[in-house]
Design a protein around this ligand. Structure first.
Ligand SMILES: *[C@@H]1O[C@H](CO)[C@@H](O)[C@H](O)[C@H]1NC(C)=O
Length: 293
């Protein structure tokens, strides 16, 4: 009796799990190209799952076929398990050229059982130096978690499982450039950075544990796709008036602000806006607004 029950609930779980896979909103084949790594990047399950691996010879990476000028992007990642010290999984939007814009997540590996670091940065007009780091409030290697970037004309919001961890507001009125003219592509890679990634480079990569593998699934994008003819995107007036385009004007509401405060209070481990050693002559102008909010 008990075992029949257990079996039928297992079956139910299995059905839920498979229907979730089948309902994956996007297919990696359609949206991405594996661009480097000589076979270390792999598409599995008909393109629903992508894995990147890293060994002593090379890492690997993939990039979106489309470029975007504003987008809301979600992707589920399951990071390198076990001893991942020295490895870095990067997930970022970037434009091209010397004055490029960039919106970055980097996941810095660690020894087994020690916490990963979720590292974030924002570059505008070629200038970054805006790092904020967090410990995840879960084990990012045990399961998939959703890492999102909302980038619209008003703000950039980084969220993890729907909880905002960082906001970079449009502060052009205070003289801070905001990414709004250069189209960006989405990049993901797994690579080795043993010189700095784990405890500032003290812990090196254990190559006897290679290959290291990270998994990606359920990519979902709502965005303004740059068109080949140039100088325009798919976000014309009819799109911007449709209900699909809510993300384009979305901002932090009260409850998101509360949740972000919780993350900052409990899990933030580095904030450039409080690093007095690094900015002895005063913080960058956007820090004022960050402190106030
Ligand atoms: C690794 O673990 C150590 C010890 O808990 C911690 O200080 C460090 O922030 C962790 N993360 C990285 C990426 O070094």
């Amino acid at each position: 009796m008990a075992s029949t029950l257990a079996r039928s609930s297992l079956l139910a779980l299995f059905l839920i799990a498979t229907s979730m896979v089948c309902f994956a909103a996007n297919n990696f084949n359609k949206d991405f190209d594996i661009t480097w790594g000589d076979g270390r990047g792999k598409l599995l399950n008909n393109g629903d799952l992508l894995t990147l691996s890293l060994d002593k010879i090379s890492g690997s990476g993939f990039q979106s076929k489309n470029e975007y000028l504003f987008a809301k992007i979600d992707m589920q990642l399951k990071l390198v398990p076990g001893n991942s010290a020295g490895t870095v999984a990067s997930y970022y939007l970037s434009s091209q050229g010397p004055t490029h814009d960039e919106i970055d997540y980097e996941f810095l590996g660690n020894l087994s059982g020690d916490p990963y670091i979720i590292h974030t940065n924002v570059y505008t007009q070629g200038k970054g130096e805006r790092e904020q780091q967090f410990y995840p409030w879960f084990d990012p290697t045990a399961d998939f978690h959703t890492y999102s970037i909302l980038w619209n004309p008003k703000c950039i919001i980084f969220s993890v499982d729907g909880i905002p961890i960082r906001e970079f507001k449009n502060m052009e009125s205070m003289g801070v450039p905001f990414p709004k003219k250069q189209r960006m592509r989405l990049y993901n890679s797994l690579w080795d950075a043993e010189d700095w990634a784990t405890r500032g480079g003290l812990v090196k990569t254990d190559w006897t544990k290679a290959p290291f593998t990270a998994c990606y699934r359920n990519f979902n994008v709502n965005g303004c796709i740059w068109t080949d003819s140039g100088a325009s995107t798919t976000c014309g007036p009819s799109y911007l008036h449709s209900s699909n385009s809510k993300w384009f004007t979305q901002e932090m509401d009260l409850s998101s602000k509360e949740r972000m405060k919780w993350v900052k209070r409990k899990y933030m481990i580095y904030n450039y806006c409080t690093d007095t050693k690094r900015f002895p002559l005063g913080f960058p102008p956007e820090c004022k607004a960050i402190q106030i909010s």
